[in-house]
Design a protein around this ligand. Structure first.
Ligand code: TYM
Length: 378
């Protein structure tokens, strides 16, 4: 009997099946991205990302409003983020790859919040450890090649004054019982945790607040972050700010098929600094397979690609949807064996990671030009 999934920004438990994803979106109050919405995206952006077609980005809040504003030439920007608690894995990269595509199609500014304060408050980490991950994680993200003129990195502790002055306005409307209900906090949790969501809400309205002009905000993230934006959407109108829109993804499954990819267990996922040999070894040795026990059975009955780590990793990184579709069909029909699927995934991951390594010196060189400043928005 599958266990009901339970998701907060800090813990994920239970089986994340398709029906659980649908249930969670429904319970959180987000809408499912249907074929009509996909066509609306195509008509406004002129294109549709494979993550929309394959159901990876599957839910939204007021995406139609953001698209309408964009179509009408109003100010629309993107906002996403990362909590630097350790090394980044492939799953963390998923929303950034999608956000980069959105940014290019929309021609929009993007704020990337780095919540180093969050990781100090929620994890047993000292500020200097967090600072090390902050720099490393920012370089990982920038190695994806974000446009330096339109991408703005906002590190919480470096921009504390600016964030604090806006966050306190939100905090007036976030009470303890709401925080307990939405985030599952206990009486024994520290007060920093209760306040934190106010900080994460600020980039969703700071441009409107600072310029006095309405800037519609669209936030891409995986479903675990949705509780924050449920709160922001509830509170922001009460302080005279527009509600943010969001576009929400499923999780990239863990290497071993269940549990989270976590930096404390190196064999739970593929990390961005894994060497080509490590990537290959992890896939061959640990990757959860949707294939059959023997080659003979696999040829006869085929695999279940949806639950297969190698296929999911391949799908995450292969931009050609037609190629992915063919691999899906061949794997499902038994024409491709699990070992071949793992080799294909490991080659795809390794060429992606090689590109990131190649881009890293450029990211280091441009590091400062990505720093957040209100003067850069127009
Ligand atoms: P963090 O660092 O936990 O995660 C960064 C982003 O990655 C998503 N994510 C995943 N996506 C797919 N598969 C996975 N296995 C997976 N694991 C994590 C997260 O949903 C997130 O989008 N508090 C945030 C940082 C933040 C933020 C934001 C995120 C601040 N402002 C606005 C999104 C939008 C955090 O700790 O994310």
């Amino acid at each position: 009997m599958p266990e009901d999934a339970n998701i907060t920004p800090w813990s994920v438990s239970g089986d994340l099946t398709e029906s659980q994803y649908q249930r969670i979106a429904h319970e959180f109050g987000a809408k499912i991205i249907d074929s009509e919405m996909i066509e609306r995206i195509r008509s406004v952006l002129g294109d549709v990302h494979p993550y929309l077609l394959n159901g990876t980005f599957y839910a939204h809040r007021d995406l139609d409003i953001a698209l309408e504003d964009l179509k009408n030439g109003k100010k629309v920007y993107l906002y996403t983020g990362r909590g630097p608690s350790g090394k980044m894995h492939l799953g963390h990269i998923l929303p950034f790859l999608f956000t980069k595509w959105l940014q290019e199609k929309m021609g929009a500014h993007l704020i990337i919040q780095i919540t180093d304060d969050e990781k100090f408050v929620f994890r047993d980490l000292e500020l200097n450890d967090v600072a090390r991950y902050t720099r490393e994680n920012i370089l990982d993200i920038l190695s994806l090649g974000f446009n330096p003129k339109k991408t703005h990195i906002l590190v919480d502790t470096e921009n504390a004054g600016l964030l604090y002055n806006s966050a306190i306005k939100v905090s007036r409307f976030v009470n303890v019982s709401l925080s307990k209900a939405v985030f599952g906090f206990q009486d024994s949790d520290n007060v920093g945790k209760f306040f934190f969501t106010c900080i994460q809400s600020v980039p969703a309205f700071m441009l409107t607040e600072h310029t006095g002009e309405t800037w519609r905000c669209l936030v891409p993230y995986a479903i675990d972050q949705d509780p924050h934006f449920k709160v922001s959407r509830d509170v922001l109108p009460k302080i005279g700010m527009p509600k943010p829109s969001s576009i929400i993804s499923k999780f990239m499954p863990a290497l071993k098929g269940s549990g989270k990819m976590s930096s404390s267990d190196p064999n739970s996922g593929i990390f961005l600094d894994d060497s080509p040999t490590t990537v290959k070894k992890k896939l061959m040795k640990y990757a959860f397979s949707g294939g059959r026990d023997t080659a003979e059975e696999q040829r006869k009955y085929g695999a279940n690609p949806d639950i297969d780590f190698a296929f999911n990793a391949y799908r995450l990184l292969e931009p050609d949807n037609e190629k992915v579709r063919k691999v899906y069909e061949s794997y499902r029909s038994g024409a491709i064996l699990s070992g071949e699927m793992k080799t294909l995934a490991s080659d795809t991951i390794n060429s992606f990671l090689a590109k990131l390594r190649e881009n890293r010196p450029k990211a280091e060189e441009l590091f400062d030009s990505y720093k957040f400043s209100f003067d850069k928005f127009s």
